[in-house]
Design a protein. Structure first.
Length: 295
């Protein structure tokens, strides 16, 4: 099957929720990649067995779908088990046929962003060295997790100023971002100009968008207790994904946009997969439609 091999369109898979069966059931819709999302502690998960089972499903379906990334979303700066499990995933990535592990930087709770930098450097310096030795990359999710510059509980990698500090603290070609327009829009940032600036550090994208209610912002503000924004599945939000994918290609990006569902206020519950498959087909059209080989 001839297909795009520079930018794949896929979805997220929760490892705690029968991941092998989930992949088997969703493959026929045309997803091209799967990011495997692990709990903050891996516990007794047999990573080698899981990798074998998932790769067997992908091979049996006779398609080109891949595991795009492994992901863990705990706080490794205060949770030694989460930090240790980052290391386990870096070692296991090759079993899944991928070279990317994603997650939060972590954060010292209740402190301004700069006060987490020493702990970040202590925890991630050996992990980055391990990644470099394994030819694996690390990408930090850019969600604020309801934090801000002054305080938060989970993640410092949510603002460009923090990214500069992170990449200055540990300079490495193996360290980058798991980016999405949604989290930028929540901060009232225009995502596409930002992407043009930071695309060289974007290793993976979550397919999630947002819609801002500007009438609320302009009349009630963003701290008045009234919802001013909703996370949206791609195709239902305000981002021009055709331009977004064009920027990625112009900047030489190769990787996956994996749809992060379960957030849309409309296409959820019984309509969840309706929304995700719409997003899949929408993003494929934004990518240019079907791949056509040059004669």
């Amino acid at each position: 099957m001839i297909s795009h091999d520079d930018i794949r369109i896929g979805t997220l898979v929760q490892v705690e929720n029968q991941p092998v069966e989930y992949i088997r059931r969703t493959l026929p819709h045309g997803f091209e990649s799967f990011e495997l999302v692990f709990p903050k502690h891996l516990g007794n998960i047999d990573l080698r067995l899981l990798a074998d089972e998932i790769r067997a499903v992908l091979a049996a379906e006779d398609n080109t779908a891949v595991v795009s990334a492994l992901a863990i979303y705990g706080n490794p700066l205060i949770d030694a088990q989460t930090a240790s499990d980052w290391s386990r995933l870096l070692d296991a990535a090759e079993w899944f046929g991928c070279n990317l592990v994603c997650g939060f930087t972590g954060r010292i709770p209740g402190k301004p962003v700069p006060e987490s930098l020493p702990a970040f450097k202590q925890v991630f310096t050996p992990l980055v060295k391990q990644a470099e030795e394994r030819n694996v990359r690390i990408a930090f999710e850019n969600c604020d997790m309801h934090g801000n510059w002054e305080s938060g509980d989970w993640n410092i990698a949510h603002a460009p100023a923090a990214w500069e500090m992170i990449f200055d603290a540990i300079p490495s070609h193996a360290l980058g971002l798991e980016w999405e327009p949604c989290h930028q829009i929540v901060s009232l940032i225009e995502p596409l100009p930002q992407l043009r600036q930071w695309a060289h550090k974007v290793f993976h994208l979550h397919g999630k968008d947002a819609t801002v209610y500007w009438d609320v912002v302009r009349t009630r503000g963003i701290r008045g207790g009234e919802e001013y924004i909703h996370h949206r599945t791609p195709g239902f939000g305000q981002t021009n994904w055709t331009d977004l994918i064009s920027i990625l290609r112009m900047k030489g990006f190769r990787g996956s946009i994996d749809i992060e569902g379960w957030h849309d206020p409309v296409y959820r519950d019984d309509l969840e997969m309706t929304g995700q498959v719409h997003a899949l087909n929408y993003l494929k059209q934004c990518r240019g439609g079907n791949f056509v080989a040059n004669p």
